[in-house]
Design a protein around this ligand. Structure first.
Ligand code: PMP
Ligand code: GLN
Length: 386
């Protein structure tokens, strides 16, 4: 009998386990304070939890509609109109997904064809590249340079070709904590307006933006939004990353293609969680409106506590991460520094080079400050001893 070798030939041969899983496991192994993977160590709003229990007890336990429950789509449309001056169509333009991760994957799978070029900006969130690769696309990674990580639009223009199909952006930006001003959204539009190029805008930190100007959403740009899929997530906004409810707003023709993927990736998303989030958005909008103040206080406390350390802290305009330069402490590369930091100092962080394709010869780590004050104080205490 012929023996078949049933080890699959990998479609993603270069890919290992995500850095977030690796570092959280190392943190647990060494009992370190985990400032690596981005999640809060405090609970979300009581009202939200109560509404989840309510909807479960009321029997909202069967499949939700494929595109999302009506109350949640209504609440998303109201929020989008209030914040960005645009009310997406309930039936044609909003799709509720299993976290932002699913929306990003579905959008890339729907829009990118074999041989298409996709542009992203490095450092870039780790889920984009594998999705592009699985779709047969070719990723062109434009490297942004610290400390400002601003886009050079002339260099961007150079990367465009007749094969460019999609641009992926992320603002507020994980991992650099920078925020695109509206002028960057305008510049992107000017570069692509005459070309058949789509935009995928990852805006999961839309409510964690510290400057007075606030978040410049692609949805607020009347022309760009007509060819964009804009992705967000309630995990960041309501401090419950484990609920995995996100959404995508896109024009009907783009949404239709994204839904073709979504309906066979997950079909639909947790019904009672959607209903609870709709209640939360409608009845406690102050929660997301006050999120910048909530996180600014934590950011400032942590940055101040690190002022007497030998780390140099880079400006943080948004997200719940800060970048710290450890040049004065060690000459290790960033991956081994993070491993060392977890083992020897008892604080876990994320190295930045893992978000980049080209060599990234900088001494930068990412620290998550979505933590209780006591956690931040204890971590700062340890970091100040280095
Ligand atoms: N995009 C970015 C930039 C993120 O930081 C994250 C998660 N932290 C996601 C997407 C995924 O979000 P979700 O957990 O809702 O899938
Ligand atoms: N997005 C989270 C972060 O940046 C991690 C999500 C995950 O673990 N996949 O830390």
């Amino acid at each position: 009998m012929t023996q078949h070798n049933l080890i699959p030939e990998s479609k993603l041969p270069a890919l290992g386990t995500t850095i977030f899983t690796q570092m959280s496991a190392l943190a647990a192994q060494h009992n370190a304070i985990n400032l690596s993977q981005g999640f809060p160590d405090f609970d979300g709003p009581r009202y939200l939890q109560a509404r989840l229990a309510h909807h479960v007890s009321q029997g909202a336990n069967q499949y939700a509609p494929m595109i999302g429950t009506l109350p949640l789509r209504e609440a998303i449309a109201e929020k989008t109109a209030a914040l960005y001056g645009y009310a997406p169509d309930l039936d044609g333009e909003i799709t509720v997904t299993a976290g932002a991760t699913e929306a990003l994957f579905a959008a890339i799978a729907a829009l990118v064809r074999p041989g298409d070029e996709v542009i992203c900006f490095d450092p870039s969130y780790d889920s984009y590249a594998p999705a592009v690769q699985l779709a047969g696309g070719v990723l062109k990674r434009l490297a942004l340079q610290p400390p400002s990580f601003r886009v050079d639009w002339a260099a961007f223009q150079q990367t465009l070709s007749s094969k460019t199909r999609l641009v992926i952006l992320n603002t507020p930006h994980n991992p650099t904590a920078t925020v695109w001003p509206k002028s960057d959204i305008d510049a992107l539009w000017r570069c692509i307006e005459d070309r058949a190029i789509y935009v995928l805008s990852d805006e999961v930190y839309e409510h964690i933006c510290f400057d007075a100007a606030g978040h410049a959403s692609v949805l607020a740009h009347a022309s760009l939004r007509q060819r964009a899929a804009v992705v967000s997530s309630f995990g960041k906004t309501f401090h419950m990353t484990g609920w995995k409810v996100g959404y995508c707003v896109a024009p009907p023709a783009i949404s239709a293609e994204i839904r073709k993927v979504h309906q066979y990736l997950t079909f639909s998303v947790n019904t009672p969680a959607q209903l609870a989030i709709a209640d939360m958005l409608r009845h406690e909008p102050a929660h997301y409106r006050e999120l910048p103040d909530f996180y600014r206080a934590r950011r400032d406390r942590f940055v101040q506590a690190l002022a007497r350390s030998r780390f140099e802290i880079l400006p943080c305009e948004g997200t719940y991460f800060i970048l710290a330069d450890y040049r004065a402490i060690s000459d290790r590369d960033d991956v081994s520094f993070c491993q060392w930091l977890t083992r020897e100092a008892g604080v876990a962080a994320i190295p930045l080079s893992v978000f980049c394709d080209a060599p990234f010869p900088h001494t930068l780590i990412r620290l998550c400050f979505a933590k209780q004050e006591a956690t931040l104080d204890a971590a700062a205490e340890r970091l100040c001893q280095l």
